[in-house]
Design a protein around this ligand. Structure first.
Ligand SMILES: [Cu+2]
Length: 184
């Protein structure tokens, strides 16, 4: 029984760690999704509808023989001139951290790829404030997308019920109701 209790504690700690790590690391965007970093793709269409935040990252997937990733300024982006480049990536799989607010510009400097549309402009917003704890907020639809929180709730409910058999039925119903609400 003590082992089980330990397991429960570990499970919950893992959930908390996963949850906070997810928040700290931000999202990772595969540029161009399945198409990757290539010519013949509309990158402004790809970014539309997406919100990029400080802490997110861009993952460029391309053939290093055919393409590269050059971070440039606005002028470099509009003219496809990389004279004032900020950084150059040639590994074939390149991750760029969006580590500040503002606009990031990327082009491919090989051939006429940039002029043909292989360029990307990403506007990065300040990291959104950490939402208040669900305990203070009450149930909300935003919780539905928070998988670590839901998983933590489930494991908490499970562990809680295992060790509180003395709990009175009305409270039990309330607890189960609350967790089902969180998870649905
Ligand atoms: Cu290219």
């Amino acid at each position: 029984m003590a082992e089980f209790r330990k397991l429960c504690r570990l499970l919950m700690m893992a959930m908390v760690i996963i949850g906070s790590a997810k928040g700290a690391n931000g999202r990772r965007y595969v540029v161009g999704a399945d198409q990757g970093w290539d010519t013949g793709f509309n990158y402004s269409e790809w970014t539309s509808g997406k919100a990029f935040f400080v802490g997110d990252s861009l993952y460029f997937d391309y053939f290093r023989e055919d393409h590269n990733v050059v971070q440039v300024d606005f002028e470099g982006f509009t003219t496809c001139n990389i004279t004032n480049s900020i950084a150059t990536y040639t590994a074939g799989r390149s991750t760029v951290e969006l580590d500040r607010e503002g606009t990031f510009y990327f082009v491919c400097s090989l051939g006429d790829h940039c002029l043909e549309g292989q360029r990307l402009q990403v506007s990065v917003l300040a990291k959104p404030a950490i939402p208040p704890s669900p305990d203070f907020l009450g149930p909300s639809s935003a919780l539905n997308q928070n998988v670590p929180s839901s998983a933590a709730s489930l494991s908490f409910a499970f562990c809680f019920l295992q060790f509180n058999s003395f709990i009175s039925p009305p409270v039990l119903v309330l607890v189960i109701g609350w967790f089902s609400y969180l998870l649905l």
